[in-house]
Design a protein around this ligand. Structure first.
Ligand code: DQA
Length: 145
């Protein structure tokens, strides 16, 4: 049976492609989803891909993944910098977690330099644009093989 990975996206990532394209690029979240699904298919993984602007949805989905998945890719977006709740939820999971940021958060405002999620992440990919999601999927496939 295929291994399952969740790819979770936080607030405002529904506007990828429209929002500050000079920072986040021109590809939409639908583009990211289809690229991830194609790659995951090649690697024998099944992807559950979701986005929410609400912190509690992300917590609920991490709890769901805890029972249903073997790994998570998460771009918590602005909640990276504020959410102990998302960190706590990830800390209940036994599987690998890859944190992705489209932009290089370390080259930006100082409030973006710290991510609560990084304390739990097995790997962190920043500044690769949306390709970061594909790198994360590949990395999970390697770790899970
Ligand atoms: C982001 C970086 C965050 O600081 C920001 O709040 C986002 C997107 C990124 O993918 O580069 O919404 O996570």
């Amino acid at each position: 049976m295929s291994k399952v990975i969740y790819i979770l996206n936080g607030p405002n990532l529904n506007l990828l492609g429209k929002r500050e394209p000079e920072i986040y690029g021109h590809q939409t979240l639908d583009d990211v989803q289809s690229m991830c699904e194609t790659l995951a298919d090649e690697l024998g993984l099944k992807v559950i891909f979701r986005q929410s602007n609400a912190e509690h949805d992300l917590v609920d989905w991490i709890q769901e993944a805890r029972e249903a998945a073997q790994g998570i890719v998460i771009n918590p977006a602005a909640y990276s910098h504020t959410s102990v709740a998302i960190l706590d939820a990830l800390n209940t999971c036994d599987f690998p977690v890859v944190e992705v940021h489209v932009s290089n958060i370390h080259q930006r405002e100082s409030f973006r330099h710290h991510s609560y999620v990084s304390a739990r992440a097995n790997a962190i990919i920043v500044g690769c644009g949306v390709e970061g999601y594909l790198l994360a999927v590949r990395h999970l496939a390697t770790r899970l093989s």
